[in-house]
Design a protein around this ligand. Sequence first.
Ligand SMILES: Nc1nc2c(ncn2[C@@H]2O[C@H](COP(=O)(O)OP(=O)(O)OP(=O)(O)O)[C@@H](O)[C@H]2O)c(=O)[nH]1
Ligand SMILES: [K+]
Ligand SMILES: [Mg+2]
Length: 511
Amino acid sequence: MARRSSDKIKGPWEIQPRLEWAPHSAEQTCLLNIVICVDAEVRGWGCNSVQLPASDAQRRTIYALSTPTGKAGVGVVRISGPDALDVWRVMVRLHSNRVRDPEPWKMECCRIVDPKTEELLDDGLAVFFKGPRSFTTQDVVELHIHSGRAIISSILSALSQLPYCRPAEPGEFTRRAFEGGRLDLTQVEGLKDLIDAETESQRKIALRAAGVARFEELRTDIIHCLALVEALIDFGEGEEIEEGVYEQARQKVIALHQTIQNHLSDNRRGEVLRSGIRLAIFGPPNAGKSSLLNFLAQREAAIVTPIPGTTRDILELSLDIGGLPVIVADTAGLRHTEDVVEKIGVERARNMVQGADISLCVLSLPEIAQDAPNTGDSLQYYIPPSIKPLVTSDTFFLLNKSDLAPHPTPFDHLLEGGGNHASRRKDRSWIVSLTSDTPSSEEPIITHARHRVHLESALRFLEAFLDTSPEDVVLAAEELRYAAQAVGKVSGLIDVEDILDAVFRDFCIGK
Ligand SMILES: Nc1nc2c(ncn2[C@@H]2O[C@H](COP(=O)(O)OP(=O)(O)OP(=O)(O)O)[C@@H](O)[C@H]2O)c(=O)[nH]1
Ligand SMILES: [K+]
Ligand SMILES: [Mg+2]
């Protein structure tokens, strides 16, 4: 049974996987709803921004297999660059046998041939996307072929013989799309995450990033404020410009400041969802930690024996729990020991627990029940001394081996009631349901540490604007310009002047 040491769960979001753990017999099923809440101060989120190859000055034509290698119905070879049409001319033979250039954006049945020998490589489909109306904004040819190892390699090697073509680097098609203005940086990151997304929630977050460029909206809003202030510099209130313009800008900035602050106080949900939650299983020896890990993994990943001190090193597994990526670590049982190897294991276990986002302490219910004669006492009196220093308000407890415990146990009161508490079922199974009081706030938009850094800097510039006296219009405008640039860095667009011109023209209609 898992139970949080504090009643209220502060975390803003939750996982609600339903674990049905019945290591010993079907009758003693232990149903467990773990709700994992991650608090603001999670540690160690690295910046995982996309690594793209260096810019290709010559913009040569590149090619690659765009679908996974291996046996499949269809594989797609993509060719992008100024010579894509030449590739078509030397390798694609239309079934109609008519010699003509492709009709753009139309799928055509064709034979794909070796450019030198005219030898047939495969029968398939081909389509020509005329730039800039293509993914990369360049001319693109796609060859839809039968996806077999031999066919794929014959087509790729035919392409490699063409002097004007070279194999694409990882991410290079996307890079060209970005450089062609087709995607902004957040969309590129979203696309990469989408390809990498292993679990459902990650997929959703990635889709969101790829679809909505929310940062662009923010930036445009800041630029609107800037336009208002710039208008004052150029014309001066009361003359050609209506009264109260500065105040209008101020109010907008206050609202924007709030919006950005809300995004920043998302407790890093977006980043956590992307990189996975680190869950450490710990507790005294023989409590059943490795059994729990094996249950979660649905396989015998860790060695389980009745001998205390079985696990020594840390065993980490990446799991998908309720659609969230969770990195679960099994650790050595915590106890004082003179054994050199076990000692190191215990030290590693402590460090792991301290570095984890969530820790789950497994205790043997019969063992702690032995020392707990009084019903109604809090669990914390019975936590073994070796465990206590690692227990925080965010530690979950799992009271294991309930099948061996006396009935009633001194801890039944902890497990009664519903909602945020645990409840006990009549059939000796247990349900613990810990749900967050705080409804999940808005969808997170910050999925990379890089976004956070720029948003924080934008926030500081907006604050500086609000602190500037309206007399100092020029200085105030400068702060807004910096704020827009900071947000612009998220999407990789910093051409503030261009947008400013456009917005400014609109704003000054007739003045
Ligand atoms: N009866 C009963 N036995 C259990 C339960 N869970 C685990 N065990 C047994 O308890 C023993 C210890 O289990 P492990 O999973 O190795 O315990 P551990 O906490 O990983 O132990 P160390 O790695 O030595 O610290 C094994 O014999 C398990 O089969 C349970 O719920 N009920
Ligand atoms: K053991
Ligand atoms: Mg173990």
